[in-house]
Design a protein around this ligand. Structure first.
Ligand code: AMP
Ligand code: MG
Length: 341
């Protein structure tokens, strides 16, 4: 999903701390259920699976099914792999429409729905601007002329999807689709489905800060997750029990550098092509990881007022937004669900 393999370790360091799954233990039988937890590196990030199953064999099978699904999606969607479907779409920009699987077409179409909901705040065409900043690799501040030249390339309205032909066309050479801002949430949804199909009765899929849970931990009401404080590393702001839902956080602390007292981070405002300035962190709780992941980035750009108004309009979507002064706002459906750490 990310630009290169070489930055994957850094990304673990920066992303892993955003949400911490609490209360999970490594392979331990609890009241006739077996709970196991394993971690692997995929999609340039740490993927941690927790499985609750009736016996160890089913648990192992579900664990394998979950990791296999994440690996399959990495192959399909990552743009740092030159053989992925989206890399082929990007390589043919300015030339030809490219035939892709229904799954890729659907994810791109769903991404564009979130783009519309967030008035362009979430933008899968933003890759050329993300690259110009290279926040983690180079700590480079591009000049405004350089950024303005990228404008037509990052205009998502140029993306052409032909549902009947099953193709995606990027009409300008240099345009790119990058689903890095939504793909981890989608992978969490899909991995959960495969773990259920393999017989797991509960579990958690966590791709760094993108987490989806199903069922409950034995003896508990769900799966407790902690949401970190955006300015105090290692400090949790609040804890919430996830139950058959997903959570995702976009934070300006995940990947950033500082210059002259200014923080330059990895979430760009598509209007200014500068790091978005209205929030420190946006956490979204939704039924689907795809929605939670796309919305956290989009609402981070929209800002706390418009962002919270959107959340209140959407069914089954809740949010915890920390604005640029550090003030936390919680959506109506989450009040009463948060615990002090
Ligand atoms: P996430 O991990 O969900 O917070 O997504 C962050 C990643 O999405 C960044 O590392 C960029 O590659 C990409 N990105 C940055 N800004 C945006 C944006 N406004 N819309 C969509 N993707 C973005
Ligand atoms: Mg996101």
């Amino acid at each position: 999903m990310k630009a290169s393999r070489s930055n994957s370790f850094l990304m673990v360091v920066f992303c892993f701390v955003s949400i911490i799954v609490a209360g999970c233990v490594a392979t331990q039988p609890v009241s006739e259920s077996v709970v196991s937890k394993r971690a692997q590196m995929h999609m340039g990030t740490l993927v941690t699976l927790t499985v609750v199953a009736t016996d160890r064999r089913v648990g192992d099978r579900a664990m394998q099914a979950g990791f296999d699904e994440v690996k399959r999606l990495e192959q399909l969607l990552s743009t740092w792999r030159s053989d992925s479907e989206l890399s082929r779409v990007n390589a043919e920009s300015g030339r030809l429409p490219v035939k892709v699987s229904q799954e890729t077409l659907d994810l791109v179409a769903r991404s564009l729905e979130i783009t519309r909901l967030t008035q362009g705040g979430f933008n899968i065409a933003l890759g050329p601007a993300v690259e110009a900043w290279s926040v983690t690799e180079q700590a480079h501040i591009p000049d405004d002329r350089e950024l303005q030249q990228l404008r037509p390339l990052v205009d998502w309205t140029n993306i052409q999807i032909d549902k009947e032909a099953g193709t995606i066309f990027l009409p300008l050479e240099g345009m790119r689709i990058d689903v890095g801002g939504i793909g981890k949430g989608y992978a969490a949804d899909r991995a959960v489905e495969e773990m259920k199909r393999a017989g797991a009765v509960g579990g958690v899929v966590a791709l760094s800060g993108d987490i989806k849970a199903f069922g409950v931990l034995p003896g508990q009401d769900g799966f407790p997750v902690g949401i970190r404080h955006p300015r105090q590393e290692g400090v949790l702001m609040t804890i919430l029990e996830l139950k058959d839902e997903a959570i995702s956080t976009a934070g300006d602390y995940e990947r950033f550098f500082e210059r002259g007292g200014v923080r330059y981070h990895h979430i760009l405002d598509p209007q200014t092509l500068q790091p978005a300035r209205a929030c420190q962190s946006v956490t979204i709780v939704a039924k689907e990881g795809t929605v939670a992941d796309g919305l956290d980035t989009g609402i981070f750009v929209l800002g706390p007022e418009e962002g919270m108004a959107l959340v209140e309009r959407l069914r089954d979507v809740e949010a915890i937004i920390v604005d640029n002064e550090g003030t936390m706002t919680v959506s109506s459906g989450l009040r009463g669900r948060l615990h002090v750490p």
